[in-house]
Design a protein around this ligand. Structure first.
Ligand SMILES: NC(=O)C1=CN([C@@H]2O[C@H](COP(=O)(O)OP(=O)(O)OC[C@H]3O[C@@H](n4cnc5c(N)ncnc54)[C@H](OP(=O)(O)O)[C@@H]3O)[C@@H](O)[C@H]2O)C=CC1
Ligand SMILES: O=C1O[C@H](COP(=O)(O)O)[C@@H](O)[C@H](O)[C@H]1O
Length: 495
């Protein structure tokens, strides 16, 4: 069913035989198709070096849908929109041929010259692909052209600046869509709404009422088959520079004056600018790194990071980071934002806990009993929802209190929501909405913050492994909070 308001475009996927395309992009495009968000006037061109035909590519796309979703009898119809072009991004002549193919498809599918170039490839190619697209006239299609870039955006601030410069020669900032898939997650998008649509929270959302904020994104998976990428990256670059700091920015930003892309971004940038830059000698006081050793996960013994691949046997790469992030502005002075992320942890769970300050005297708990502070828990995944922890009277005689929970579960979305996140972001890109993509200024501030930590860690070898697979990370991550008088709240998915 084609509807006049559905966006139309040719989506060109660089790296279409890879893991990301198969696991996330194809299922997301299918869901957009099924929900009628895109109609029949679209085509997908998959590019990679291996010599596949359209048929092999379409079979691969169907398999990816079968793995990720339950597909219906329209799979044939859907995959008929997919075309494969064997392509080496380093060869200049490939681009001229590609332009010819795109022009033909534009006339078949009447997509008006709208083109999305989605770079689902290793980042070392990003700059040269952008340049060649420009040089070979692929942007002169008579419609809009947009460049979607996967993470990592650079390896540090210096390389990120170089990459940005290369891309900006060919594309304007408003044509560049830097994906951070956490910004497509339902409950991450909900942070702003929970904060700014509820007077009861917004009035308390400051250092007068909040004692600390905790953001945990724990994973059960280990490095899997990504050793080559991951060992050059580590958890700080892979998760903290982007996803974790984006969540910090959304929690800390001031209310935007309007819900426009520029206003929201400008508030996020201000929050990131206020991150306390650490001196190298302060890094160990604020940040903890870890690497998983062997351990037991769901009753099975699993290998340590260094045993996962030959090239990792003496690796000094961190698979875990915990840190205390301070935001030096009027609203947040003195409130630590603790972040924690790692691989091979006890449970797959992303959760934000906002801990409110205790009242000065609590008459309703026995002296020896632990008082329960008010907590606002935002469950990002796998369950989605919010829980507010309050204290209420214990039923029966007396006036003692006990903690109770008010919970809201978002039943609309089930299971892990990554494909859902990509689906939303891909659609945003098709309609030209860059709000949930990261602007260069956000990337630059995040790298500036992370660089100091990484430089320190590169200079001092760690004593790894220092946490067991299946645990919640090294003991030092607990001590980080204990020395401030706090502790990590449980992140079990059902709490
Ligand atoms: N996988 C994931 O879950 C995530 C990935 N990302 C990012 O997405 C990007 C892609 O990751 P992923 O899919 O895992 O990587 P893969 O290694 O699985 O895929 C790489 C793709 O690039 C193609 N390729 C490599 N060299 C060339 C070349 N010279 N010319 C044309 N094609 C080439 C490969 O195909 P062929 O060999 O046939 O040429 C393959 O299709 C990376 O930037 C990664 O950091 C980000 C978040 C999550
Ligand atoms: O970007 C990345 O994110 C995933 C975690 O994403 P999630 O949506 O499953 O929480 C992580 O496994 C990967 O290492 C990293 O590159």
């Amino acid at each position: 069913m084609t509807n006049l308001h559905t966006p139309k475009a040719v989506i060109v996927i660089f790296g279409a035989t890879g893991d990301l395309a198969k696991r996330k992009l194809f299922p997301s495009i299918y869901k957009l198709y099924k929900s009628g968000k895109i109609g029949e006037d679209f085509a997908v061109v998959g590019l990679a070096r291996r010599p596949w035909t359209n048929d092999v590519f379409r079979t691969n796309v169907k398999e990816s849908l079968q793995n990720a979703l339950s597909i219906e009898d329209d799979a044939e119809e859907f995959t008929s929109h997919f075309y494969y072009h064997s392509f080496d991004v380093t060869q200049a002549e490939s681009y001229t041929e590609l332009n010819g193919l795109l022009t033909d498809l534009e006339s078949t599918y009447e997509t008006g010259g709208n083109r999305i170039f989605y770079l689902a490839m290793a980042p070392e190619y990003f700059g040269s692909i952008a340049h060649r697209l420009e040089q070979n006239g692929l942007k002169n299609s008579g419609g809009w052209t947009r460049l979607v870039i996967e993470k990592p955006f650079g390896h540090d601030l210096k390389s990120a600046k170089e990459l940005n410069k290369e891309i900006r020669v060919a594309f304007d900032e408003d044509q560049i869509y830097r994906i951070d898939h956490y910004l497509g997650k339902e409950m991450v998008q909900n942070i702003e709404v929970i904060r700014f649509a509820n007077g009861i929270f917004e009035h308390l959302w400051n250092n007068r009422s909040i004692s600390n904020v905790q953001i945990t994104s724990s994973e059960e998976l280990g490095v899997e088959d990504r050793a080559r990428y991951y060992d050059h990256s580590g958890a700080a670059r892979d998760m903290v520079q982007n996803h974790m700091l984006q969540m910090v920015a959304l929690l800390a930003m001031e209310p935007p004056i309007k819900l426009t892309t520029d206003e929201i971004r400008s508030e996020k940038v201000k929050a990131l600018r206020a991150l306390r830059q650490l001196d190298p000698e302060e890094v160990d006081e604020y940040f903890v790194r870890g690497q998983y050793g062997k351990g037991i996960m769901k009753g099975n013994e699993v290998a340590g990071y260094r045993e996962e691949a030959e090239e990792l046997h003496d690796s000094n790469t961190e698979t875990f980071v915990a840190g205390k992030v301070m935001i030096d502005n009027y609203r947040w002075a003195g409130v630590p934002f603790y972040i924690r992320t790692g691989k091979r942890m006890a449970e797959k769970c992303t959760k934000i806990v906002v801990e409110f300050k205790d009242i000065p005297m609590n008459l309703y708990y026995k002296e020896e009993a632990e008082k329960h502070p008010n907590l606002l828990v935002i469950n990002i995944q796998p369950n989605e929802g919010i829980t507010l922890y309050l204290n209420a009277k214990k039923s029966g005689m007396g006036s003692m209190a006990e903690p109770i929970q008010l919970s809201y579960t978002n039943n609309g979305v089930s299971g892990m929501n990554t494909p859902e996140a990509y689906e939303k972001l891909l659609f945003d890109c098709m309609i030209g909405d860059t709000t949930n993509f990261t602007h260069w200024d956000e990337v630059a501030h995040s790298w500036a913050f992370i660089d100091t930590i990484l430089n320190r860690w590169e200079a001092v070898k760690a004593d790894f492994p220092n946490y067991d697979s299946g645990s919640m990370g090294p003991e030092a991550a607990n001590e980080l909070l204990e020395k401030d008088g706090f502790h990590w709240w449980d992140v079990e998915k059902d709490k």
